[in-house]
Design a protein around this ligand. Sequence first.
Ligand code: ADP
Length: 299
Amino acid sequence: MELRIRNLSKTYANGVVALDRVSLNIPAGMFGLLGPNGAGKSTLMRTLATLQECDAGSVFFGDLDVLDEKDEIRRLLGYLPQDFGVYPKVTAYELLDHFAILKGLSGKGRRREVVDGLLQQTNLFEVRHQRLGGFSGGMRQRFGIAQALLGDPRLIIVDEPTAGLDPQERVRFHNLLSDIGDDRTVLLSTHIVSDVADLCANMAIINKGSVLLCGEPAQLIEAIEGKIWARFVAKQDVPAFQRRHAVISSRLLTGRTLIHVYDESDPGHGFEPARPDLEDVYFATIAGRHSGASPRQDA
Ligand code: ADP
């Protein structure tokens, strides 16, 4: 089912415009919402998860009005918040069983089946009798997915789930997400480009409350083909290059500084054409160098 967001806006009491007329069509499958810290991702996720009010706009999931028919949406919704806390002294089994009761799974036999199934699906069955306080970050996040999947939700919202995971845990978590994204609408918010590159069929880039770019990752990459140029520079020369060129990223690679610039034509100065990837799309977009449509000015 498709999630349709139209002109969603939110200004906090302190005057921060967290969402500025956000419009998105989110089809079934994995959708990545990519943006830096403070972009407005959590505000959007909490609004969609019916936990927070917006000022204006509309959201429909199929025929259901998300902002109005909250109880109905909650029955279809699985949510993993950014700051998912667990009770450290209870075991994974006990807490998931408790959440299952809250979800209305009252029959003991059926509940056991569901809870065991989810613990197996998230690879936590072997450790189900261990206390959550001893779980690693990755195990905790997988537990978070297990609780989000209770009640077989059609819409799943996961807010920055891989922040703080080590590379191995991240891969494991990606595999889990890609399994659950097959036949549902999964909205994944992240500031980590590889989360989206690895998982998402569709994506949007958001910054300062506005959607800057939206589409399929492969097409977005194709659109900047021939416009990304790279060269190694001495670290102390980076500011000079930044003054002369549209530098979109600078990073260390094997101890040297590699910069990427965005330019419609050959910038000269020893730059070589680079094959663009999603990081280039992201950095060029956030730097205001690239946009799918006309860029919106900040108010
Ligand atoms: P992200 O999840 O992308 O990091 P957030 O939605 O958390 O972004 O925040 C968007 C902006 O709104 C930030 O500038 C943040 O400081 C601000 N903000 C978030 N929550 C509140 C709040 N409860 N009151 C005031 N400002 C807030």
